[in-house]
Write a protein that binds this ligand. Sequence first.
Ligand code: CP
Length: 319
Amino acid sequence: MTPTPLGKDLLGLEELSADQIRLVLDTAEAFKEVSERPIKKVPALRGKTIVNLFFEASTRTRISFEFAEKRLSADTVNVATQGSSVAKGETLVDTARNLEAMRIDMVVIRHPASGAAKFLGERIRSNVINAGDGKHEHPTQGLLDLLTLRDRFGRIEGLKVAICGDVLHSRVARSNIWGLTKLGAEVAVCGPASLLPTGLDRLGVRVIRRIDEALQWADAVNILRLQLERMEGGFVPSLREYNRIFGVTRERLARAGREVVVMHPGPMNRGVEIDSDVADGPASVILPQVTNGVAVRMAVLYLLAGGSPDWATHPAEDR
Ligand code: CP
């Protein structure tokens, strides 16, 4: 297989250089326009077959990968645990090898186990894209968050971004930390001590204990969902208490004294980590994040399929 500008697989932003991240963002920028056309399709991946293997629930990531694939003219198949032989105990590798035997080109995988995408990528010839693996990484979410920040501020370098909430269980936090620090942003995390991982200082991330302080410090706040399904109890006293101490409310945002851009990867627990009038308020870029998700995933699919990086500079030509 010919090496692509991103390598064979996209497993995480930890593995990408700053230049590779910028290439994805520039390519995504050029692909945004395709989704605004009356006929939202270019032939870039015509003849390529892509399997979306989702072993965990997803709305945004699964649907936007599917839109991205269709807008690039790829042939796509969706496989979920229910309704496939995974429910009968078939292993991940056996599932993927059987799919490869049908001559597929790429696999997009979401899996509850950290490292599942890497495990698969080492065992099959097809390109593998990590759509979220356990608590490890969610690289396309990190990339779409970077693109949304770049749209809003015109730059990433020098920005102050506070990642607030359940950082411990968050693959989104990890991908954001790698991406933001590689592109020269300052990153802080804020949340209950029970929901912050150790070793953050080694990643160049500061810890801010109080949410009011984090909002005063930051240009943008990325608010993370309290991942109740990954907790075994005892991390927070109650959801009401969490909202009282760490919830991002309109009053708290107003106290920052200037606009703080509000991000959330979704799905949101309204009234827990974020109040509705913040989620739907003027500083929110939560829906533009979702829009950018399609362009970012088009860029990743296109580059991993061996597409020319020139797309970023010659977007008008349909390749
Ligand atoms: N942001 C995100 O990964 O959302 P989904 O779980 O709905 O895909």
